[in-house]
Design a protein around this ligand. Structure first.
Ligand code: DGJ
Length: 764
């Protein structure tokens, strides 16, 4: 791994043998991007990759007779107003109203390792040898402001991370109207843009579009990364698939409003930009003040979308997540939300927890409704003390009783919110975000606390940390159930208003930092009406996220498939819930509900007391199965998407152990078909010449489908499909899938789960 500066050509080459990222200092002193992609051999100069020609109408950025025009230069961090008419990465406003800036090279530093950018979350290294960092200092003389562009290349990953920092030294104040994290340019537009778009209960659906001239962007203006758009985009070559071809992934380590944009000019140059949403951002800097942007993680893959995702998965699991839970399999939990909603007593809770223990679960989570006057969602948020009418022995008493049952105890909180009907609001009406004199929009009857103010974060910290200290809490589900409207801080000056949205999220990170530092053993799961804040920023604090409020197994296939584009399986909260499903009223087979939930953290979201004996036995088997395979799924394995639920009736994915000796594959069909075509499942990631035993249990099916048993007779088909085959056959010829098996599994929304174990020599 090396970052080289070629003195003569004034070029930088970041490479680790997998990728190259090359830049030069242009004739006008600004930074130009020359190449990002598969590693190429280093040489003294790549200047020939700089393209420059005189063109009519272009603005020239160097003295006569030069022809350098920023309109046609691929820049590293473009600014507004000096001849480049595309969207800039930065706009600096001076006191006189000028919005022009030109940052030129001053110096650079190359050092081993990677610096933290706390309080912002970012990827990190454990040993300096894992990465090398380049910091390029640029200067704008008129405003007397330094801009430092940081680049880190990881030794073991095809990854470059970037962020920018501003240091203002001039006497005049300046305003950063726009300060994105990174800008990267490509010399052609032969790409498709992949994005993860959705809404509540259908988060992160995969969308593809061919790049067109002009701007194509996704964004959030909501104060949270949002379920509508995820802070991620990829550019893939049109011929790239899940398994092969070139893909570039860009992921922003940030949980607030963002912009991710691709602009193609009419000369077919493609500019990708990402960072804090400029629309709600305006950051004043006085002399001596600085500002740093969040981090963008850029991945190159020559192995298709799966190659990109596997890099994100490994990096985020091991070098973004942190804390005691990073390398641990996750407890199998039961959450009472869909079992009781607000309607519970201690007795009811203990009955549910007791049955969960009997089934083999390890953690019971008490969801919303345990505090203040919270008997519905109109009241109580903000009053973080237990409701003794529901829980006479408090959270402490309940947590002790749950622990006596042999389970760990977890608790739900929603610390950023307040209901107007609460003691907290009555005492501090000015702590709510909103513009005095204007209507305050409500959402789920609640309002957002102004976390841009330290006193608000302090007060919430005091209340909740007391409750946590007092009880026996092993897990916290940190929820957030509405977006920000009327963004205005009642505690702020006019200049503070442009900082409010970013400071809000810094306040959230601050509270997370305090709680995770004080209670390092607690497993945090972030949540935002399901997956409205499923982003890398959150994962740096909470190593798992509730993926979606949609708990239907069939819908989860799509949601988890899309989420896996960036996020590792261990980060996806995934539960089995009751039928008819509470969001869709669908009756997805229990077997499928579990088969899909296995590919995540796994748990239950229902009252197991209400299951039949047969179903309860099935649940016990499921929990035992997950205990056996969770290390593979959550920590060890590489995940491969095989067939997209967005492109057809069927979907498939698999996870393969590092040593390729064990794998699990899921095949799912949405609607059943009669007298239909043959089905094949081609696996991947196995050893070509190893022999494997492939098993697919049909147990759940027979119990689920007595009707069909009458047709076929219970002995008509085996209870388990077993196949022995070499890896190459499984990958290239594939497994024949029997439609009878799918019928027996319930037909619509049926799934087949295959365990694949290498047969070691000497074994029968
Ligand atoms: C939204 C979450 O996503 C649900 O799981 C549940 O915790 C509710 N909030 C509680 O209000």
């Amino acid at each position: 791994m090396a970052i080289t500066f070629h003195e003569q050509s004034r070029e930088f080459h970041l490479t680790n043998g997998k990728i190259s990222y090359i830049m030069e200092i242009m004739a006008n002193g600004q930074m130009e991007h020359l190449y990002f992609g598969r590693a190429i051999t280093d040489r003294e100069s790549f200047h020939h990759l700089h393209e420059e020609e005189p063109r009519s109408l272009m603005a020239v950025n160097v003295p006569e007779p030069g022809t350098l025009s920023l309109e046609f230069a691929r820049q590293e961090y473009p600014s507004y107003g000096t001849g480049d008419y595309r969207s800039p990465a930065v706009t600096v406003q001076q006191e006189n109203g000028s919005r022009i800036s030109a940052f030129t090279y001053v110096s650079h530093e190359i050092f081993p390792g990677k610096k933290s950018i706390a309080p912002l979350p970012s990827t990190y290294v454990e040993q300096d040898e894992e990465a090398e960092t380049l910091e390029i200092t640029l200067h704008d003389p008129l405003t007397d402001t330094d801009l430092v562009l940081s680049y880190t290349i990881y030794r073991d990953y095809p990854v470059v991370t970037r962020h920018a920092r501003f240091f203002h030294m001039g006497k005049e104040r300046i305003i950063l109207d726009r300060a994105l994290s990174a800008s990267v340019e490509f010399s052609d537009m032969n790409f498709e843009m992949v994005q993860l778009s959705g809404a509540w209960s259908r988060e992160r659906y995969v969308k593809n579009r061919k790049l067109e001239m002009g701007i194509q962007a996704i964004q959030s203006l909501r104060g949270a990364s949002s379920s509508e758009q995820n802070p991620f985009l990829a550019l893939k070559r049109p011929e790239a698939t899940e398994q092969q071809g070139e893909v570039y992934g860009f992921s922003l380590v940030y949980s607030g409003s963002f912009l991710a944009q691709v602009e193609v000019n009419t000369h077919e140059m493609t500019r990708v930009m990402m960072g804090i949403q400029p629309e709600t951002f305006s950051w004043e800097l006085q002399a001596g003040e600085s500002f740093q942007t969040p981090e963008v993680v850029m991945v190159y893959s020559g192995r298709g979308l799966n190659g990109m995702s596997q890099t994100f998965h490994r990096l985020y699991r091991t070098r973004l997540m942190r804390g005691e839970w990073r390398d641990k399999v996750r407890p199998i939990l039961l959450n009472n939300w869909e079992a009781t909603y607000f309607d519970f007593t201690e007795e009811k809770i203990l009955a549910i927890a007791g049955k969960a223990k009997e089934a083999g679960a390890e953690l019971f989570v008490l969801d919303d409704g345990w505090f203040g006057a919270r008997n519905d969602d109109y009241r109580g948020l903000g009053d973080w003390y237990v409701n003794l009418e529901k829980l006479p022995d408090g959270i402490r008493g309940l947590s002790e009783k749950v622990e006596k049952l042999g389970l760990k105890f977890g608790l739900w909180v929603e610390l950023e919110m307040v209901n107007k009907d609460s003691d907290l609001y009555r005492a501090h009406p000015d702590w709510v975000i909103g513009v005095p004199g204007r209507f305050e929009s409500h959402s789920r009857h609640q309002h957002v606390l102004d976390y841009s103010r330290k006193e608000v974060v302090d007060a919430i910290y005091e209340m909740i940390s007391r409750e946590i200290r007092d009880a026996r809490i092993s897990y916290i589900k940190w929820d957030m159930n509405r977006y920000i409207t009327e963004p205005f801080s009642r505690g702020g000056s006019p200049a503070d208003q442009g900082k409010m949205m970013h400071r809000y999220i810094l306040g959230v990170y601050d509270l997370y930092t305090r709680l995770t530092t004080e209670f390092p053993h607690i497993l945090f799961e972030s949540c935002a009406s399901g997956g409205a804040r499923f982003d890398p920023g959150m994962l740096a604090f909470a190593p798992q996220t509730w993926t979606s409020d949609d708990t239907d197994g069939a819908e989860r296939v799509k949601i988890q498939y899309g989420t896996s584009m960036v996020y590792p399986l261990v980060s996806m909260g995934s539960h089995v819930s009751a039928v008819p499903n509470h969001q869709l009223y669908r009756k997805t087979p229990l077997d499928t509900r579990a088969n899909v939930a296995y590919f995540g953290t796994f748990g239950y979201e229902l009252d197991l007391n209400l299951l039949s004996d047969e179903e309860f036995e099935q649940v016990k088997d499921q929990i035992a199965f997950m205990k056996k395979y969770r290390n593979l799924i959550q920590l060890d394995g590489d995940f491969y998407r095989l067939q997209s639920p967005f492109e057809g009736n069927d979907a498939a994915w698999m996870v393969v152990s590092q040593d390729k000796s064990t794998a699990l594959a899921l095949f799912f069909q949405r609607l059943n078909k009669v007298n239909a075509s043959w089905l094949r499942l081609r696996l991947t990631g196995l050893k070509e010449h190893a022999r494997y035993r492939v098993c697919c249990s049909l147990d759940g099916a027979q119990k689920d489908n007595a009707q069909l048993d009458r047709v076929y007779g219970t002995c008509g088909l085996p209870r388990q499909r077993v196949l022995e085959a070499y890896g190459d056959e499984l990958m290239y010829a594939g497994i024949v899938i029997s439609r009878d098996d799918l019928n027996r599994k319930g037909g619509d929304f049926a799934s087949l789960l295959y365990t694949i174990e290498e047969i070691k020599s000497g074994e029968a």
